[in-house]
Design a protein around this ligand. Sequence first.
Ligand SMILES: C[S@@+](CC[C@H](N)C(=O)[O-])C[C@H]1O[C@@H](n2cnc3c(N)ncnc32)[C@H](O)[C@@H]1O
Length: 209
Amino acid sequence: MGRPIRSAGERLRAKKRALVLGPAYREAAFFLGRWIRAPHRIAAVAPASRHLARAMAKEIDPGAEGVVVELGGGTGAITRALLATGLPPNRLIIVERDHEMCRVLRDRFPEVRVVRGDARELAALMRRNGVEKAVSVVSSLPLLSMTGQLRRAIVDEAFALLGSAGTMVQYTYGLRSPVQRDIHGLTGELRGRVWRNLPPATVWRYRRK
Ligand SMILES: C[S@@+](CC[C@H](N)C(=O)[O-])C[C@H]1O[C@@H](n2cnc3c(N)ncnc32)[C@H](O)[C@@H]1O
């Protein structure tokens, strides 16, 4: 049997699909490649879906004064959604440990400051960048795959940076809160479940008691 004959309309639609899906596929393949190299450091096989990214971004107030710090920017799925809220790019700072991810983020979001470093040294990294306080910390870090000690250190660093009213937003694939609220003196709320993500995730928001 020969190749099916496609109409001009079908060909155009296929072309459009390739254009739309192309970058998304490339992003997914790149992300998967980083995960294959260092599964425990990246901790997800795919970037956050746009549904999850939107659910995270909904938790910030783009008009509030101060900077928003994103932890674990990856390929920028959450970054894109944060900027789509109207948050000015110069009020967003991304902290990412993986150098290849940093390169992608700088390419994609040239107006956003991307700091390569480890979130366990967040306060020092921010001081070096002239930032003393943040209004929100939006984290995709794989907290539940970390040791308890590292997880506690990162949450302490995040709240050292946040003022008394500041919030930390975190997604997780786990069933329980990824932050132990009692040991940090925090309240935490489950803000949403996102089924349309691989795997489904929940969004939590924390603030000081
Ligand atoms: C699950 S991926 C999330 C990426 C992206 N935000 C998303 O939702 O698609 C976690 C990201 O956190 C980064 N990461 C892991 N541990 C980190 C740490 N201690 N400090 C900074 N970045 C870290 C990884 O390199 C990876 O890009």
